[in-house]
Design a protein around this ligand. Structure first.
Ligand code: G6Q
Length: 543
């Protein structure tokens, strides 16, 4: 039985008391082996976690927390196909989607590996036929653009990945429409030619209002241009609801299925990855899956103190629960990871933004942090002020490649120098003596120095991880995403929440449904609170 969560986390308190006034600057000065002790390689990824507020005894205690929470047992139950998603009574087996080994993957008594391989093979055949021009649009023209219509887990993963892997995109350009705001689909359609466009309706349930609204608008647009008979040549579907896909008018050989043991935000590895495969080709997509598999194998087998997802998760809990830092920034020094933070927001916040334990009781500790971020160096000219000198502390993950795809003199070297400098600055800070020396060297008078000095101090001692990789290629990206998936798993296990449901998104959906007739004017809004009534009235007055 795992130890009670609060008691388990409390074991870290003495370590915190011991370290709370210790500056990392001093820890680096006193231990020249610090970087070697607190860094590791896992497949394509290198992690430097030495710029954290830990020493060896504190790190050992963090590892003990994972042991006491029995995280490894829950991990093994997940891998064994048990229904660890207890509120939806489902297995959680996205790892099966990227498993190329020979062992059977048993879920509910069945080996699912054959089904997984069959869908992947069907995706490959279809994607390559579209890319080569073997399958064309209704007028015989080659498909040059695909529009993925999906939202949440059926959008964020593929959209982020296609952007991240843009150097690998060829033959087919992928576009993503998600918002029910008509501006989204209108802007996407504006530049497209119906004859050369394929729509992919991506919806696990095939009932999501935003997606079905956009899919119907796309269908009308296509029918108006090419006639009703053309629809089946210009639509495909990714779903677990095969009947609803057929009812929409999608040909059976263009419906790619997946299973209820694949959570939406874990589905980029499944048929939901079809737009990615269409854009980068099947071999690159397979490399992406293999990168994730490599991280899975590391996660499943490495001891906790050498296990990258465990380490990131434990450091996160250390700051969230013990230091009380409420946000976590992910700052890629990799422009093409521009949507990575948005992707992680769903991954992390939808998984661990919970206040009820797996047992049904309320938690008495903090759970998932706010996750946010933007690519460097742009962030440096925007919000880094607060990261360096704000009143709150924000633990950071920096992500950076050793090599760019472009051969543009000094761009990449400057990018890397900025990335490493930021983690150094956050750790070191700048103390009074250093600021004074600087101001004196700049010829400032004593009065000027006294006035300016407090503004120019940097407290430092601010934690960061740096993840370094050779190049942002499909395999590396697969590993990177899997790393964060498993980090989220470990944290959910430590906090004893179910990371695989998302009941918190339901209430708004319910109320929106009830409000629609009031917004259209078919019903009055009298039954609502005065603010909602007032807003509906003000809305009608502006129409
Ligand atoms: C993810 C969630 C959610 C889901 C969307 C879209 O884990 O379940 O983001 O992906 O609500 O759902 P459909 O794929 O069913 O349209």
């Amino acid at each position: 039985m795992p130890t009670n969560v609060a008691d388990n986390l409390a074991t870290l308190k003495p370590e915190y008391e011991r370290l709370k006034n210790v500056h990392m600057r001093d820890m680096f000065r006193d231990d020249s082996g610090r970087f070697d002790k607190f860094s590791l390689q896992a497949g394509e990824l290198f992690l430097d976690f030495s710029k954290n507020r830990i020493d060896e005894p504190a790190f050992a205690k963090l590892v003990d927390v994972a042991k006491a929470a029995d995280v490894e047992a829950l991990r093994d139950r997940m891998w064994a196909g048990e229904h660890i998603n207890i509120t939806e009574d489902r297995a959680v087996q996205h790892m099966a989607l990227r498993y190329f080994g020979a062992e059977p993957i048993i879920i509910d008594g069945e080996d699912v590996s054959k089904d997984v391989a069959a869908v992947l093979a069907a995706m490959r055949t279809f994607a390559e036929a579209i890319r080569s021009g073997e399958i064309n649009g209704s007028t015989g023209k080659k498909i040059t653009d695909v529009v993925n219509i999906g939202i949440g887990g059926s959008d964020l993963g593929p959209a982020m990945v296609v952007r991240a892997l843009s150097p690998y995109v060829s033959e087919v350009k992928a576009h993503f429409v998600s918002n029910v705001d008509g501006a989204d689909i209108a802007d996407a359609l504006a530049s497209l030619n119906p004859e050369t466009t394929l729509f992919i309706v991506a919806s696990k349930t095939f009932t999501t209002d935003e997606t079905m609204t956009n899919a119907n608008t796309a269908k009308t647009w296509l029918q108006n241009a090419l006639g009703e008979a053309a629809v089946s040549d210009h639509f495909a579907a990714l779903s677990t609801n095969l009947d609803a896909c057929a009812a929409f008018g999608i040909k059976s050989d263009r419906i790619f299925g997946f299973w209820d043991w694949v959570g939406g935000r874990y589905s980029v590895w499944s048929a939901i990855g079809l737009p990615v495969m269409l854009a980068i080709g099947a071999d690159n997509f397979e490399a992406f899956l293999r990168g994730a598999e490599e991280m899975d194998q590391h996660f499943l087998s490495a001891p906790i103190d050498q296990n990258m997802p465990f380490i990131l998760a434990l450091l996160g809990a250390w700051y969230r629960n013990i230091f009380d830092y409420s946000t976590h920034a992910v700052l890629p020094y990799d422009q093409r990871l521009g949507r990575f933070a948005a992707y992680l927001q769903q991954q992390d916040m939808e998984s661990n933004g919970k206040q009820i334990q797996r047992s049904g009781e309320k938690v008495d500790w903090e759970t998932g942090p706010i996750v946010w971020g933007e690519p460097g160096t742009n962030g440096q000219h925007a919000f880094y002020q607060l990261i360096h000198q704000g009143t709150g502390v924000i633990p950071v993950d920096f992500l950076v490649a050793a090599n760019a795809h472009e051969d543009l003199p000094l761009h990449h070297e400057k990018l890397v120098a900025n990335c490493f400098a930021q983690s150094e600055a956050l750790m070191l800070g700048k103390n009074e003596a250093e600021v004074r020396t600087e101001l004196q060297a700049a010829g400032k008078t004593e009065t000027e120095i006294a006035d300016l000095l407090p503004h120019k101090l940097f407290p430092g001692n601010r934690p960061s991880n740096t993840i370094l990789y050779k190049k942002l290629d499909p395999k590396t990206l697969g590993s990177l995403i899997a790393l964060y998936e498993h980090k989220v798993f470990v944290q959910g296990a430590i906090w004893n929440v179910n990371s695989y449901d998302q009941w918190g998104v339901e209430l708004g959906k319910q109320l929106a449904k009830a409000l629609l007739p009031k917004v259209t004017g078919e019903e009055d809004a009298d039954s609502h609170d005065s603010s909602t009534q007032g807003l509906v009235k003000a809305f009608h007055a502006l129409r």
